[in-house]
Ligand binder design. Sequence first.
Ligand SMILES: [Fe+2]
Length: 364
Amino acid sequence: MCPIAYVDNKEVEMLSRSSINNTETVCELIVETNAQNISIDNIKVPVLAEKISKIAFIGDTGCRINMLFQQECNSVDSWPLKKNLDSIAFHKPDLIIHVGDYHYRQTKCRNTKKCGDIYGYSKEAWYADWFEPAKDILTQSPFLFVRGNHESCNRAYEGWFRYLDSYPFSPQKCEDLISSWFLDAGPMKFFIFDSSSGEEIFTTQSTVDAFERQFDKLIQDKPTWFLTHKPLWRSPKKEFLTLKSHGNLTQIEAFGDKFPSNVTTIVSGHIHIAQILLMDNVPDQIIVGNGGALLHAQDQEPVYQNVEFNYPNSRNYLAHEVRNFFGFGFAILGLDDHKFTFYNQDNKEMYSANLTKDFKLKTN
Ligand SMILES: [Fe+2]
């Protein structure tokens, strides 16, 4: 049975979104974006402010347990997601954007003292990786959730569609690609694109076509940031690991050269580092993948100049600058002061960039 919600002092019945053998019922409530007061069982639900001034970004947050890696989920130093979320809460953002990859506890931990005994795609794993560490901040700020490849149809899709997806629940089959949508944040917009299914290198024409159809919903409009879990371009760990073709070929094939000029920036996660790629002739790429899961690519230089990206389809791109920021953290976008800032888990500023009036990173 779902509880009654109160929306601006009116009683509204919540709908049951899904239910598994009566062990857990997930309820949903769809409201107008101008709803101001929502409470459920005397808990106040955060809503979008009329004026959005500050937006936090975090990504790749769960505790990594698979055949190769066993992150120490019971240690806040090894898995500092809660610390990151507490630091974000300190900024009191009007909105928090999670760029995808919530669920990481894939296989049984070999040392339960260090990483516990919860794994698999059960609700317990979802609670351990996301809802438990996020329980305080979920009642403080509203969230926008982007789907990561960890939530793809051969991984933790059930939890994604039960808990986080923005569309009506459909129990029939897993959708590889959910429809793109916009969020208007006032002076700018976000376009939310589902790249959870797009292969990095071995792309198929049918996926490229499907990606292109979703991309084509993007219109020439106010300044827009493109949210996609997998970055189009990224700098991996070592140069010998084919630095020149790293990125996501499915998205590059589908729309790498098609961004309208109002899209100034792409924000992604997927590689577990904080990175900025200042691109020539295409939107800049920001990566905020350092939210808690075991870090990647920390052996890079802090700055590279003129990094070329050459792909087998003879598409070539140039990042005139790549900047790396090491350790765990998150980012804050200021819509009033036109600033983008990376913070570390202890809320120390790592780097701050000014933005143009079109929300493009200014190069100093
Ligand atoms: Fe990912």
